[in-house]
Design a protein around this ligand. Sequence first.
Ligand code: C5P
Length: 311
Amino acid sequence: MTDRVVRAKAPAKINVFLGVGSLRSDGYHDLSTGFLAVSLFEHVEVRAADDFSVTLDGSIDTSSVPLGESNLAIRAARAVAEACGATGGARIRIEKHVPIAGGMGGGSADAAATLVACNELWNAGLSRDELLALAADLGADVPFSLTGGVAMGTGRGDQLSPALHRGKMHWVLVPADGELSTPVVFHELDKHRWSQQGELERNVTQPIVSVGAMQALRLGDVRMLAETMHNDLQAPALKLMPRLVGTLELGERMGALAGIVSGSGPTCAFLCEDEESAVQLVQDFCDQSIRAVHVTGPVAGAKITGAKVRS
Ligand code: C5P
């Protein structure tokens, strides 16, 4: 019997700006966000099996990731099987490098890589648009991990328009000890807003688009981007995890152009002037016994990295 193995990888994301609107009746919020795919990847390997299962390894502690049917990679594999009529299952191995519940779309990257890998495994022949539709059903950030690059996200964050960009940017990521639940952070923002607003205003907050940040990306102007980065989820994330305030201040004091909480946090992302200052910042964090990772962006979205047949 032959055993075909397909490998794929998909990138993490930073939201260089994130404007959050009102809570909708479907439990989501309207967003306006600038996505940037960065060079921190989840690697996924799939092979045909009788049933669906997932195993995890990699450079981070994966003990909090569910291994059952709620795992996004299993849901992604099932979605491809259903779309193409595959009768068997898939054994999925995920090599995790993106912080878990860290605001960088790690689970979404697992799903995006699994979508492209299973499409190849079963010769499903699903088009990019068909994969994007499956991705949007799996989660708001999954479509962007498929497309990568730089994009403006609206709706739940899953309606993407590619954005113009120039050059390569250097970032330093500081994962936090601990996780933040995305719904909890959104809820904290709502609670704060509702305490400031009257009943009538509750459902009318529009997500603000950062024209300046999009222009900075188009020009490849890192100083301008540093001045225009904004995240509506940062204040609630800092309220839930106050020690992040110190991390952001420390990174900026040690030379980052600007620091921002990534998505719903708690990973902090620091934009640096160039490669040299990013390398120096990683060293400076390391000297303080704080783990930091240098990444660049933009990078491409989910793609196949290898396929082989074992007999
Ligand atoms: O789509 P995803 O499963 O990643 O979203 C997780 C949760 O984050 C949602 O159930 C919702 O509570 C919150 N969310 C939101 N608005 C968005 C995206 C996520 O409220 N646009």
